[in-house]
Write a protein that binds this ligand. Sequence first.
Ligand code: OGA
Ligand code: MN
Length: 200
Amino acid sequence: MPCFDSAVEAIHQKGYFVGEQFWPASEALAMTAACQELKRQERFRPARIGRAQEKQRHEAIRSDLICWLDSDLPAPLQHYLDALEAYRQQVNRELLLGLDHVEVHAAYYPPGAHYGRHLDRHRDDDARTLTAILYLNPDWQAEDGGLLSIDLPDGSQATVLPRLGTFVSFLSAEFPHEVLPTRRDRLTLTGWYRRRGSPF
Ligand code: OGA
Ligand code: MN
C-alpha cells in the first residue's frame, strides 16, 4: 500500500493529484491480472450514463465496459479496496471531507473507446465527493492514446497517460475531464467516495 501523504496534500492545496509510479508495481500488476481474469469470466458490462431510469447506453459519450467491485473479489482487488479505505480515513482526518464510503468499478476500454467530457458528480445526486483512479496498463506509450485530460481552473489541462501504477484523485464536483480515444486495451480502477447523509 502506498503512502498517501502527497495525495492528501495536493488535494488540500489544489483539489487534484496525479502521481506517476505511485502504486507499488507488483501490487498493480497483480490487480491487472485479476481484472483480466474478471474479463475472461465475462463480468464486465457496457457502462451506462446517469442514474436509475435515465440510465441508457450512450456510446457517443461513453464506450467502456465496467465491473463493479463488491463481494467475492480476488485478493489483489480486495487489497486495493483496503488501501482506498486507508486513504478515506486519512482524507477525513486531515481534510474533514466527511467521506462515508467508496464505490469502485474496474473499467475496460477496448480500442476506439473513449469517455466524453463530464463531471463525476451527478446533477441529481451531490454525494460523490472525491474521485480516485488507478491505472493498470504496463508499457503504455503516448501513441497508444487513451489520455485522461482534466480541465484546470486556469483554463489549461492536466493530461495523464494511463500507465501502470499512476494514481489520480480529484474533487468530483470541480474538475471536468474526459478520456481520449484509446488505441489499445485500457484497464482502470475508478472509485468515488460519497459523503455521509446521502440517501443513496
Ligand atoms: C470515469 C472516468 C477516467 C479514466 O469513469 O468517470 O472519468 O481515465 N474515468 O478512466
Ligand atoms: Mn469521470
